[in-house]
Write a protein that binds this ligand. Sequence first.
Ligand code: CA
Length: 495
Amino acid sequence: MKRLLVIYSAVILASVLNFLYAQSNQNLILNGGFESGFDGWLPLWTRDPNVGEILIDITTSRTGEKSAKIIHKGEHDWSLNTAKRIPVNFGEWFEYSAWFKLTGQGEAILCITTYDSKGDPLDWTFAEKRTGETISWTNLTVRFPIPNEVAFILPRVIGIGPATVWVDDVSLRKVNTTKPGSNIPKSIVLENNFIKATFETEHGTFNVVDKRNNHLWSQKSISSGIVFLDIKTNGSNQLILDMYHPQTSLELEAGFTLANDAPEILMELHSSGAMPELIHFPHPFVTEKGTYLVVPMNEGISYPVDDESIKPIRLIGYGGHGICMGFWGVTDGIAAQMTIIETPDDMSIQITRIDGTLAIYPIWEPQMGRFGYTRRLRYIFFNDGGHVAMCKKYREYSKRIGLFKTLVEKQRENPNVDLLIGAVNIWCWEKDAPAFVRQIKEAGIDKILWSNAQSPENIKKLNDMGVLTSRYDIYQDVMDPENFKYLASAHRLAY
Ligand SMILES: [Ca+2]
């Protein structure tokens, strides 16, 4: 399902959330319970031909006597649309709800398609919520405000993959609200001796000028689904955004604080409550051709941002096969922008492509199903030093949080660390490792880390030759085997 880029304008609501649970109005969906057959609904659409059918099931219902039953055998998506687009106004709030039963591998998704005043679609799957297989009738409800530029909405039930899905009691109700409040400025400026950061309230993006070299760092909005409710300042150096995330029904507050005496902005994201979906925020800084990303994946990788062979990828912030240190950055070799992830435990970074060049933004994940603790990022701007300046900055930060330990300090505890410094890391399945290492040494390589398993006799021979021997052990799967059934996959043996 392709999601169209939607740009939300800021909405001020004088009293943000007291209306959410206010008395609901009438159901705007005709025949949401399918008691009159398919009155008010369009025929089922499927992406692949001849893979889906829909019927009224008179043996299964949540209320009344009937429900809609969709039998879909295709791998791709299907859609059941209401027949009429509903005219809406900027700032109005709605509650959209339906009940589902589902068997099979696929998913059912409650969502809204938004349209502008010309009738052109803006977002095919705004305010979506989804379910996989259910045990009994399951409710999906989403509450959302109408973003600026949206003139019509079309409530839909869609799905993806093979499944049998029953739908009943679909309702869309306008929620009583207070009207949007006074206007907010188009932009808000945070400025110190180093940088001038202008927050554009229309798109929710920063333009940051580094005053030392006049370099402009601009963010571009992604389709995050987040709606801004209120934007205010706290003193001259802090910007506070009140936001709403329809997919999770979470209220969010983001604070951006400019440092007094450094080219740095601290972002803090607060919320509380259950977090059933990921949150994509804030927007990425776009990159320019000729620059390169700096990503601490494994030993560290830099990606030319205009290299088309590099595919978008999501990297976890908290473990192997993700990033090994909590930061990312971009540089032209001199000027640089770096983001230190001060809370990397429940998040990922997404490398994406915007207007042809690579860029990175954060994705926040739940902490045991909830938003949990305050999430923090620190933007840092360099006028010189490129990726080396970034690394030095991270070194300074790692000292502050107690992660820093030099090789000299490690060597005091384990003299073999000396063998590691400057060593090649050999991964090799050669059975006669000593003979192979002898050849490597004859070729002029003195320092060797041998990483693959060998017999005890061979290990001793390697050690006697001055080779550091080790093996790749991971401990993430050391657990009661009874718990394996709760995991998607598990390594049975450390290797
Ligand atoms: Ca019904």
